[in-house]
Design a protein around this ligand. Structure first.
Ligand code: ADP
Length: 541
């Protein structure tokens, strides 16, 4: 399709080099452009940094093609829209952003431009709220349509229309009516969310079923992935070493879970290690927040230490590293957050500091958070997948993440750009059948669970290194299974236990103890399906 020539092909090429000052199209961009210029609906799925904006900005300036006139772009984020409009104006493309906080003069000027025949405006950005609520705006769109000056509708961040997405916005729901009202106008929807369920849901909700879908691999070849063990006591030190070894003046994002952690870590990096770091979170007042973001954007602040509130709507191309100081709650989140690195296509590093203990914090948030039973189950499932990913020391990281999104990825293509592929090149792993070990562990936990013991305690008991502890609790040292894991290293032993927890064969039950601490007590799962799973065997060590 993209190789074919159309009446507009020469003009498209010229726009690429002369207006957008780019040399070549990236993968799928031309295909999307030709589809919309042919008058067809199209759904574009591209990872962050893939170059989605060009897919609708370029056709907007093409005079040839089935439809001409004004392109209406619906997008959820005001800051991003304003940013795009100012970039377009710099390129000499007439664009405007309609939003609730517009100056009255600007607003009436923008409307009068759109009333001209033909309107000089090429792109109109609008929030979904304004599109669904402003009668004047709706009348203008209708008038453009009647005068045959409505070129196309673009729905950016289209996953916002789906409840399955990570960022559902009720206002987006109303966009479904657009396609009915303007049936003969081509639609283009775009998203960086790879999930199949979301895709189907978006097509359904926007009434775009059966349209052309352009999807490419979500592999981000220029991102490197690594997971390192976390020691909460020397985080700042470790980050300082990371930065001095190769990222001295490079822009970066550090994600923490709690606001206080962001503040403390940024302060430490500044005071003790002389790094230009600042914190960012939702509790900052808007003026400070904008200032910090601006300082980071222009490079006067090197590192931003933020909660995940930071990200949506930032558009910095040269982010060289993203560090997670604690466990993300899903692989989806991990992919989105790491995806903010390296949008310019140059190499960037994604490092995650992993500690199994972080699981409890997230579980606590799930247990005490909003949502019904079903939503909580889904969150727990997402968390388990995330931990499994961190605990897995053998499979290619890319293969794991992309596999989660339903994409097959050939691990040899990773080229040692993730920690596991790098390690596999030097270490060798063997597969061990741990069925018998598992049976012994289950029998042991079944005996011990009335005594309220934690994972760490049971591991020690299993390895026979907890004699004193057993005495202090008055537990007989004749319980079968005590010391049965003598031959295993502590690490291997912990990996087997954690694997069994992730497979729901064992379970950790949270309970507040007499001292008021939340403890996670180990027990045999009550999930019968998990217990009779063939999966009890063949664990990779
Ligand atoms: P997305 O919205 O998919 O995350 P953007 O549209 O913001 O991506 O583009 C990401 C970056 O890639 C921008 O800096 C943009 O200028 C650049 N870019 C887009 N298309 C091309 C291209 N064909 N050649 C070179 N750079 C491009």
């Amino acid at each position: 399709h993209s190789q074919e020539t159309y009446e507009w092909s020469t003009e498209v090429r010229k726009a690429l080099t002369q207006i957008f000052k780019l040399q070549e199209f990236r993968s799928n961009q031309l295909d999307a452009i030709n589809t919309t210029l042919s008058g067809n609906d199209v759904f574009v799925l591209m990872p962050t940094g893939g170059g989605k904006s060009l897919c609708y900005q370029l056709p907007a300036v093409i005079a040839k093609g089935v439809t001409k006139g004004v392109t209406i772009v619906v997008s959820p984020l005001l800051s991003l829209m304003k940013d795009q409009v100012s970039h377009l104006l710099q390129k000499g493309i007439a664009a405007v952003c309609f939003n609730g906080s517009m100056e009255p003069q600007t607003r009436s000027w923008a409307f009068s431009e759109l009333a001209k025949n033909p309107p000089p405006t090429k792109l109109v950005y609008v929030t979904p709220e304004l599109l669904s609520k402003s009668g004047q705006f709706q009348n203008t769109v209708r008038s453009l349509h009647n005068r045959k000056f409505l070129a196309r509708f673009v729905i950016d961040e289209a996953h916002c229309v789906s409840q399955w997405g990570h960022d559902f916005r009720p206002d987006y729901k109303l966009l479904g009516n657009l396609k009915q009202t303007y049936a003969n106008i081509p639609f283009m929807a775009l998203t960086a969310t790879a999930n199949d369920k979301v895709k189907e849901d978006v097509l359904h909700n926007l009434n775009m079923r059966g349209c052309k879908v352009i999807k490419q691999s979500f592999n981000r070849a220029n991102l490197k992935y690594e997971i390192v063990p976390k020691n909460p006591r020397n985080m700042a030190q470790s980050i300082h070493e990371f930065v001095t070894n190769g990222y001295r003046n490079a822009s970066g994002i550090i994600y923490c879970t709690a606001r206080k952690q962001c503040e403390d870590l940024a302060l430490k990096l500044r005071k003790e290690f002389n790094l230009r770091a600042k914190h960012y979170h939702a509790a900052l007042d808007p003026v400070d927040r904008d200032r910090v973001q601006q300082e980071w954007q222009d490079g006067s602040v090197q590192i931003i230490v933020a909660t995940i509130a930071f990200g949506m709507g930032i558009d910095k191309a040269d982010v060289r590293f993203v560090i997670h100081c604690s466990l993300p709650s899903s692989l989806e989140g991990y992919y989105q957050e790491t995806g903010r690195a390296g949008r310019d296509g140059s190499v960037a590093m994604c490092r995650l500091y992993y500690s199994y203990r972080d699981k409890m914090t997230i579980e606590y948030f799930i247990d005490n958070g909003d949502g019904d039973w079903q939503q909580k189950e889904r969150q727990r499932h997402n968390l388990r997948m995330m931990i499994q990913f961190c605990e897995n020391l053998t499979d290619c990281r890319r293969q794991q993440v992309l596999g989660y999104f339903g994409e097959k990825f050939d691990a040899t293509m990773c080229n040692k750009t993730c920690d596991n592929c790098m390690a596999n090149a030097t270490l060798s792993f063997e597969y061990r059948d741990v069925t018998e070990t598992t049976k012994t562990i289950l029998a042991l936990v079944r005996e011990l669970q009335v005594n309220k013991v934690t994972l760490i305690q049971v591991v020690d008991i299993f390895r026979g290194t907890a004699t004193k502890f057993l005495q202090s609790r008055g537990i007989s040292d004749l319980v079968p299974g005590i010391g049965a894991g003598k031959a295993l290293s502590k690490t291997d032993c912990e990996r087997i236990f954690k694997h069994l927890i992730l497979k729901e064969v064992l379970a950790e039950r949270c309970e507040t103890n007499a001292q008021g601490f939340v403890m996670a007590y180990l027990q045999v799962s009550t999930n019968r399906k998990a217990l009779c799973m063939e999966n009890l065997a063949h664990l990779t060590c």
